[in-house]
Write a protein that binds this ligand. Sequence first.
Ligand code: AP5
Length: 215
Amino acid sequence: MRLILLGPPGAGKGTQCKRIIDAYKIVHLSSGDILRGERAAGSELGRKAQSYMDSGGLVPDGIIIDMMVAAMKKASQGYVLDGFPRTVVQAEGLDAALAKAGEKIDAIVNLQVDDALILPRMTGRRSCPKCGAVYHIETLKPKVEGQCDKGCGALVQRADDKPEVVSTRLKTYHEQTAVVVGYYTKRGVKMINIDASQEISKVNRAVLKELESLK
Ligand code: AP5
């Protein structure tokens, strides 16, 4: 299965992806996680991405398309794309790569949530820098405060979860990414709209029910 998960920052894309890959044994390809990994490794790609990420803007399309197409080629068992494509240019780049490989996207899961709910989700988020697990200080607490449940060690708060950067990221989403939904709707790709303002387990049940109906 090949899926795209769309939604604004803090919609719960990473949270739901972890549950989808467990259910379908496919790979989670998060553009944000890959970029953060490159930054942690001190690579040239990571250095190029740094200023865009810290300010809440988008990393240039060419860099992202090459990075994600390379990751997709290694995921022969199927994947869920998280955070990509984020512009129409990226969607066109993805389409071109899929056409070349004779593949297609089976469905898009579009997580819908009002902006008002986003800020408390982001400022309370804590992430594991090693395994990528995502927690929240109130709604999804780890078993031991500040520690990953999988024994990886200390959780961190992302630098781009500061309130002022979150508002820029939301603005970027509305200006450049929301149009990607229309792009795929026009092309007749199956669009699954999910109310992501509900609690995590309810969102998950709704997503998995819709994905089951694709079989
Ligand atoms: P990226 O890492 O992709 O960030 P994002 O899309 O802004 O999404 P987030 O990871 O912040 O949120 P999420 O939807 O995954 O929410 P989560 O599940 O963690 O990108 C970071 C940066 O990299 C970008 O700003 C950009 O600079 C660059 N970049 C990445 N991709 C790019 C691209 N394609 N092109 C150009 N640049 C790119 O949940 C958030 C919190 O809410 C958690 O604490 C969670 O526990 C909680 N939560 C989740 N669901 C619920 C719920 N239903 N109810 C209550 N709490 C919930």
